[in-house]
Design a protein around this ligand. Structure first.
Ligand SMILES: [Zn+2]
Length: 342
C-alpha cells in the first residue's frame, strides 16, 4: 500500500481552542503526525512525499475565494491593530440576507464556522501539502494501486465548500473523492471518524455521483451538533445518496462493527467504482475526546471488512488525537486492511 506524507504539514501548529467557555490548547497538534507515522513504519509500509497537486483539484470542491482566503489571511491579519498570532473569527454571518464581506475580520467569520480551526503562520502550507497527499493517494489508486493511504493533517471532513471548522482546513477527504471521479462514474465516501463528516456531506449533498455515508457519535449530544442526523438523506439529484448512522456516545466494538457492515451493504447497493474512507481514529476507547469505545481489535476488524468490500480504496487520515494509542490504532486498522485484502 502506498502511503503519502508531507513533513511541511507540521508547520500547522494551532494553539487556540475554546471549550465550555475555557481557553485550552488545541488538540490538533503536529505530534499527531509522528504518532501516525510510527504506525505506518511498524507495518513496514513505504512513505512518499507527494508532488504538488494542481489547484484545479482543490477547486473541484472549494470556492476560489475560500482557497484565496486560506492562502492570504494570516499575512493580512498581522496588519490588524493588536493582532493575535492566529486568525480566529469573532463574528459570524447568521442572517440569510448576509452578503460576502470585504473586511478581513468579517471574511474570517464567513469562512470559519467556529473557533476550533485557527490559521497560523504555517497553516496554508500545511493544508496545501495535506491536500497534495490526498490527491497523490487518489492518483495512485487511479493508476491501478489497490489502495493508498494519505497521512493528512490538518484534517478536512468538517469543512464545506467555503467554511472551515472543527480542526479542519481544506477538506482533504472530499478532494480525494472528487479526484477519484476522474476515473470512476460513481464514488462512495465512508466516514468512520467519531464525528459526523458534515463538510463532506454538504459538498456532495445534491449529487448522485458521490454517495456519502458516515458512522459517528449522535450529534444530538456531540460535535458537530447541527447536522449528522439519520433524517438527512440528500437533496435534489442527491436525494437518497447521503446516509448517516448516528450511534450513542460510548458505543463499543459490537454495535460499531454491525453498523459498519450495514454501511458497507448500503454502499454495495450503490455500486461505486471506487471508495474513499475518511479514516478518523478518534472512535478509540482511549481517545481524549471520549466519543466511543472502539478497541484496537475493532479497528483491525473494520480494516478487514472495508478491504473485503473489494473497491479501489483511498484512505484519508482525519481525526484521532494525542494518545500513545494513536499509533496502535492506525497499525491495527491498516494491518487489518492489508490482511483482509490477502
Ligand atoms: Zn473526529
Amino acid at each position: 500500500m502506498k502511503c503519502f506524507y508531507a513533513p511541511e504539514t507540521e508547520a500547522h501548529d494551532p494553539k487556540f481552542r475554546l471549550t465550555h467557555g475555557q481557553i485550552a490548547r488545541n488538540a490538533e497538534q503536529a505530534e499527531r503526525a509522528r504518532l501516525l507515522l510510527a504506525g505506518v513504519e511498524a507495518l513496514g509500509l513505504p512513505v512518499s512525499d507527494p508532488p504538488e497537486a494542481p489547484r484545479s483539484a482543490l477547486e473541484a470542491v472549494h470556492s476560489p475565494r475560500f482557497i484565496d482566503f486560506l492562502e492570504t489571511c494570516w499575512d493580512e491579519w498581522q496588519a490588524l491593530p493588536d493582532a493575535g498570532p492566529e486568525v480566529i473569527p469573532n463574528v459570524f454571518p447568521r442572517d440569510a440576507a448576509a452578503s460576502y464581506p470585504e473586511h478581513l475580520v468579517a471574511r474570517a467569520g464567513w469562512h470559519m464556522g467556529d473557533t476550533a480551526a485557527p490559521v497560523g503562520k504555517g497553516s496554508w502550507l500545511a493544508t496545501r501539502r495535506a491536500a497534495d497527499c490526498a490527491v497523490a493517494a487518489a492518483d495512485a489508486v487511479l493508476a491501478g494501486e489497490r489502495a493508498a493511504y494519505a497521512l493528512c493533517r490538518p484534517p478536512g471532513h468538517h469543512t464545506s465548500a467555503e467554511i472551515a471548522a472543527g480542526h479542519c482546513l481544506m477538506n482533504v477527504s472530499a478532494i480525494a473523492a472528487a479526484r477519484l471521479r476522474r476515473g470512476h462514474q460513481k464514488v462512495a465516501t465512508l466516514d468512520i471518524d467519531v464525528h459526523h463528516g458534515n463538510g463532506t456531506q454538504a459538498i456532495f449533498y445534491d449529487r448522485a455521483d458521490v454517495m456519502t455515508v458516515s458512522i459517528h457519535a449522535d450529534p444530538r449530544e456531540y460535535y458537530p451538533f447541527f447536522v449528522g442526523h439519520a433524517a438527512e438523506t440528500g437533496t435534489g439529484d442527491g436525494e437518497g445518496f447521503n446516509r448517516n448512522f448516528p450511534l450513542p456516545r460510548g458505543t463499543g466494538d459490537g454495535p460499531w462493527l454491525d453498523t459498519l457492515r450495514d454501511a458497507l451493504r448500503h454502499i454495495n447497493g450503490f455500486g461505486p467504482g471506487a471508495l474513499m474512507v475518511s479514516l478518523g481514529l478518534d472512535a478509540h476507547e482511549n481517545d481524549p475526546l471520549k466519543g466511543m469505545a472502539v478497541t484496537f481489535d475493532g479497528f483491525r476488524q473494520a480494516g478487514e471488512m472495508i478491504a473485503a468490500a473489494g473497491y479501489p480504496t483511498v484512505l484519508v487520515q482525519e481525526g484521532g488525537y494525542l494518545s500513545t494509542d494513536l499509533t496502535t490504532s492506525l497499525e491495527s486498522f491498516l494491518g487489518g486492511f492489508l490482511g483482509g485484502d490477502a
